[in-house]
Design a protein around this ligand. Structure first.
Ligand SMILES: Cc1cc2nc3c(=O)[nH]c(=O)nc-3n(C[C@H](O)[C@H](O)[C@H](O)COP(=O)(O)O)c2cc1C
Length: 202
């Protein structure tokens, strides 16, 4: 079984989402000793933005030299996603949604003909069957009924992204209120680490 572990916080060792995503991977590793793990840090090695040259190459044009290497990296990113049975993502909230580095990764895995296609019935996801677990960290609170609820475009966005490609039940472990104060942070991190330790293995 293969697991892809991806982090997207720019805060390195101070990051909450990195701490929680690592705890999730550790839990799954203990439960599946034969687990093969791949790791991608999209802030240490950022992917470029898509350009017209990328799209032209996707439609069969010979890749321009300026984007050849980046296109090859994008292909490797897609291949490692497709190869994974489990995907664990550390996803902090930046300006109400995903970090742009994570968005750049999403732009490389939502690929027509590979992870989704349009057919007579509309869109069809082709990447179903993977288990996706996302460690979310947010500075404030965005739960139902809170004043900020309408600004939540992180978990809702990621649910849409994975649902679009056929992964309809992504799991989320959230650490919220990280910037509200030290007590809030401590409680949120402890709760998220407990949720990671309690994750079902299969
Ligand atoms: C550039 C930036 C933008 C942020 N935007 C938001 C935001 O829109 N809403 C929020 O609740 N917290 C926001 N925060 C706070 C982070 O979500 C919070 O600190 C979280 O713990 C970051 O995850 P990390 O610890 O894994 O880096 C922002 C932090 C940074 C660095």
């Amino acid at each position: 079984m293969k697991l892809l572990h991806l982090d997207s916080s720019v805060l390195g060792p101070h990051s909450v989402s990195r701490q929680v995503s690592a705890a999730i991977v550790e839990r799954l590793r203990q439960a599946n000793p034969g687990l093969e793990t791949m790791y991608r840090d999209v802030t240490a090695t950022p992917l470029g933005h898509l350009t017209g040259l990328h799209l032209a190459a996707g439609q069969g044009a010979a890749p321009e030299p300026s984007v050849r290497e980046d296109i090859a990296t994008g292909q490797a990113v897609l291949d490692e996603f497709l190869a994974a049975d489990i995907v664990v993502i550390g996803a902090p909230m930046y300006n109400f949604s995903v970090p742009s580095q994570l968005k750049a990764w999403i732009d490389r895995i939502l690929v027509a003909g590979k992870t989704f296609r349009y057919g007579a019935q509309g869109v069809e996801g082709l990447a179903g069957g993977k288990r996706v677990i996302v460690a979310i960290s947010r500075g404030g609170y965005y739960g139902p009924g809170t004043p900020m609820a309408a600004l939540e475009h992180l978990e809702t966005y990621l649910r849409s992204v994975f649902g679009f490609i056929g992964i309809n039940n992504p799991e989320f472990i959230s650490a919220d209120g990280i910037q509200v104060g030290p007590e809030h942070r401590e409680k949120a991190v402890a709760g998220a680490l407990k949720a990671a330790a309690d994750l079902h293995a299969a």
